[in-house]
Design a protein around this ligand. Structure first.
Ligand SMILES: Nc1nc2c(c(=O)[nH]1)N[C@H]1C(S)=C(S)[C@@H](COP(=O)(O)OP(=O)(O)OC[C@H]3O[C@@H](n4cnc5c(=O)[nH]c(N)nc54)[C@H](O)[C@@H]3O)O[C@H]1N2
Ligand SMILES: Nc1nc2c(c(=O)[nH]1)N[C@H]1C(S)=C(S)[C@@H](COP(=O)(O)OP(=O)(O)OC[C@H]3O[C@@H](n4cnc5c(=O)[nH]c(N)nc54)[C@H](O)[C@@H]3O)O[C@H]1N2
Ligand code: SF4
Ligand SMILES: [Mo]
Length: 715
């Protein structure tokens, strides 16, 4: 007899509540569960395929692997692998100090709260500053803005309260990426936009592609990629020119308005329109709507954060919130103050930290940390550096950094230079293929979980706990057991803490010291995380569909005293604006390659599922049909795409959603370096077109992953 259990999906950040039918330890079917979720019942195709994915559609690893003398992998028991890895780490630390060890935290690492927290505890206790993640080769422009502009602690208006949404380069209908950076509800995103439109909220989308999300746009601006800095600078220019900005907010919470006015003077709508190749009227109209709106919000997805001038673009996008009234003020509603850790929200600015100017510093470049992490694009340099503090051992937790970094020649050479490379993953990916050890991990439905990561991000207060739906497959280890197991063997005492972004793990005063002899009981740790919860753990546990606490809403409180200020135009931002005025067009390459995501995979994960393979035998190069005709490229024809840095081959597809001059491709397809046989390769790694040494951003060293200048020819 099949039994039905409630749980939530962990295939992406949306954490959709679901029901799963289970029979004799095997998952049979999954359905959305809207009984308590603040989004209602919802699942995307990856949720619907959760059963197929879990049951091995994707060649999951059933045993940990060790590279033998001859270079081939042999099976090894996880405990034996941990013994060897711990001994090597201890020896490296004894000889070279803790900086010899680095951790890379990939997208798969976000699937487990305990894995996350024990990883953070492990890194903090061994005392290495070498923490890297996919975030710094993704949207760390947002972290740069926080470090240079500061942060409005009250946060942006919630989507449920906004009357104007201005979203650049994000496609939440596909990516389910919403708060805190992009503007959407992560789960059931279409429903969120429909409700907003029904309330009369206007939507402006800035994207070279008429995205699925653009269905809701009242105004769609389709620029050439890489010109968001000019577009958003021009929007700010008009707000200042017409006096339609929120002068009262600026006077109370911002400084450098005069510097900003001077720096933005050249950024007329005409300049932005010419650079981005859009009608000037669209910029004037968007600026007028911003000036008229009561509660507008401005934000972006990966597009502007991966293209040229990404840090400046992001500063301009956030600037719109400061000028146009994008932040909550005292008395505004806080729909979700958090449940596990409910907190008050204040109308208060926090001054910029400029953390990248402080210790600790990288050894390969003169830069420091952002939100406690070093720039991932510097990982190869930190490994190759001629320094006693260079990285010698790298643990990759739920990620495929070789693919994610791009520039495989540089990245692969550096990874080959490591004394120890460990991959912690439920699959064998490109990084795993060159690792010394691959630890085969459990998958989400094999673990209990608590909705810690959604806690303050759900649109209304909500909390959900799930037991493991099925027992872990034979031969796998939980992510958290790896970090605990290494610490136990290395004699590193771990303290379990309620860590969150922005906190320094070591500085969190309160924690639960863990025994190094007795493996922690997951439920006890979840119980500890929920000890200050508005809903007691026992109640959460007894409510498998989740709990919506009553009367959770609060109001934004006035500042305890007037504290920090937002710096609208610090000298480095002013200098970047000045340099942009004089920038020369990049004429040699007729096309710009942009980033995009597909609904059926999350980066490399779920790429091998039946549905993904059927729809995407390769990652197509999508092009405007007129561009294809002009270049003599037929549908499904093989094309060669060449940048300044490399060449790939794939198949072309017409997509009339794209403006001319743009070719759009998904990353994380194909092998690290293509063989030339596109179909056998299953696509091409667009990272071959990017560089880890040229055109990097200052501060976060973000490579250019979107708006990459390319030539396209029929192969
Ligand atoms: N050219 C180019 N490069 C890019 C991008 C781009 O658009 N263009 N995008 C960038 C972005 S936004 C990102 S986030 C990075 C992605 O970079 P990564 O995060 O490094 O890559 P993923 O493919 O997401 O790797 C996730 C891994 O986690 C594993 N996994 C899934 N579940 C679990 C689990 O429960 N436990 C463990 N241990 N592992 C698990 C999966 O099998 C997979 O191997 O790439 C970046 N690189
Ligand atoms: N289904 C699915 N969900 C995912 C992922 C996935 O791979 N699949 N990946 C996850 C990850 S790691 C991330 S980081 C998020 C990303 O979430 P999103 O940022 O929403 O992802 P994309 O769909 O790539 O949207 C990027 C958009 O930017 C546009 N764009 C490209 N260049 C520019 C530019 O220069 N300017 C402007 N204005 N727009 C530009 C592209 O056309 C595209 O529509 O999604 C997450 N969720
Ligand atoms: S959006 Fe899809 S993949 Fe993400 S949590 Fe929901 S069902 Fe799972
Ligand atoms: Mo990402």
């Amino acid at each position: 007899m099949a039994e039905t259990v409630k749980t939530f999906c962990r295939n992406c950040g949306a954490q959709c509540s679901m029901e799963v039918d289970v029979e004799r330890g095997r998952m049979l079917a999954a359905r959305p569960d809207g009984s308590k979720s603040p989004y209602g019942g919802y699942m995307c195709p990856k949720g619907l395929a959760a059963v197929e994915l879990h049951n091995g559609m994707e060649a999951r690893l059933h045993s940990s692997l060790k590279r033998g003398e001859d270079g081939a992998f042999v099976s090894i028991a996880a405990d034996a692998a941990l013994d060897e890895i711990a001994a090597k780490l201890s020896a490296l630390i004894a000889e070279h100090g803790p900086r010899a060890v680095a951790v890379y935290h990939g997208t798969g690492a976000y699937r487990s709260v305990m894995g996350n927290l024990l990883e953070r505890a492990f890194v903090a206790e061994i005392g290495t500053p070498n923490f890297f993640s996919s975030m710094t080769i993704d949207q760390s422009a947002k972290w740069v803005t926080m470090a240079r502009m500061g942060v409005m602690a009250s946060g942006r208006h919630a989507m449920r309260d906004a009357d104007l949404i201005l979203l650049a380069g994000g496609n939440p209908l596909v990516s389910h990426q919403g708060v805190p950076f992009a503007l959407a509800e992560t789960c059931a995103p279409a429903r969120g936009f429909e409700a907003a439109k029904a309330r009369g909220c206007k939507v402006i989308i800035v994207d070279p592609r008429r995205t699925e999300t653009a269905r809701y746009a009242d105004l769609l601006i389709q620029p050439l990629p890489g010109h968001d800095a000019e577009i958003f600078a021009a929007l700010a220019h008009v707000l200042l020119r017409d006096g339609t900005y929120d002068a009262e907010f600026a006077a109370r919470w911002c400084i450098q308005l005069d510097e900003l006015r001077a720096a933005l003077a050249p950024f007329t709508p005409e300049l932005a329109a010419a650079r981005a190749d859009v009608p000037v009227e669209q910029i004037e109209l968007a600026a007028r709507w911003l000036g008229e709106a009561e509660r507008p919000i401005s934000g972006s997805g990966t597009g502007p954060s991966m293209a040229a001038n990404s840090n400046l673009a992001d500063h301009m996008i956030e600037l719109i919130n400061a000028l146009a009234g994008g932040y909550r003020r005292a008395g505004d509603l806080v729909r979700n103050p958090g449940t596990l850790r409910a907190k008050d929200t204040f109308e208060m600015a926090m001054s910029p930290t400029r953390s990248f100017e402080a210790e600790p510093r990288c050894v390969s470049e003169d830069t420091g940390a952002l939100v406690g992490e070093f720039p991932t694009a510097l990982l190869p340099g930190e490994i190759m550096a001629d320094s006693p503090d260079r990285i010698r051992a790298l643990i990759c937790f739920g990620g495929d950094p070789l693919m994610a970094l791009g520039d495989p020649a540089v990245a692969a050479k550096a990874f080959g230079h490591l004394d120890l490379l460990v991959s912690l993953d439920c699959r064998q990916n490109e990084t795993g293929k060159v690792a010394e050890y691959v630890l085969a991990t459990s998958q989400p439905f094999e673990r209990p979980e608590l909705s810690v990561s959604g806690d303050g991000m759900f649109p209304e207060a909500f909390v959900q706990y799930t037991d493991a739906v099925v027992a872990p497959a034979q031969g796998v280890i939980h992510d958290w057991e790896v970090f605990w197991g290494l610490a136990a063997r290395m004699g590193v005492p771990l303290t379990f803490k309620f860590w969150n972004y922005g906190l320094n793990y070591r500085d969190i005063p309160e924690g639960l010291p863990l025994s190094l002899n007795e493996k922690p009981d997951p439920e006890a740790l979840f119980r500890w995380l929920a000890k200050d919860s508005a809903v007691p753990f026992d109640v959460i546990k007894a409510s498998p569909g989740g709990v919506r606490p009553a009367d959770a809403q609060r109001l934004v409180l006035p500042a305890p005293s007037v504290l920090g200020r937002l710096e609208l135009c610090p000298p480095d931002v002013a200098a970047e604006l000045a340099a942009l005025v004089d920038a020369e067009p990049e004429a040699d390459f007729p096309f710009r390659l942009t980033c995009r995501r597909i609904l059926h995979a999350v980066n490399s994960a779920y790429r091998e599922s039946r549905e993904t393979r059927r729809r995407y035998p390769v990652n197509y190069a999508y092009m405007n049909p007129e561009d294809m005709a002009a270049a003599g490229i037929a549908e499904d024809a093989q094309v060669e795409i060449a940048s300044q840095f490399g060449t790939i081959q794939t198949l072309a597809r017409a997509e009339n959603r794209l403006r001319r001059g743009v070719v759009s491709m998904t990353h994380m397809f194909g092998p690290l370096v293509g063989t030339g046989d596109v179909l056998a390769d299953g696509g091409a790694n667009v990272g071959q077109l990017t560089s880890l040494s040229e055109e990097l951003q200052p501060i976060n060293f973000m490579p250019r992953f979107s708006g990459v200048p390319v030539k396209i020819t029929a192969a």
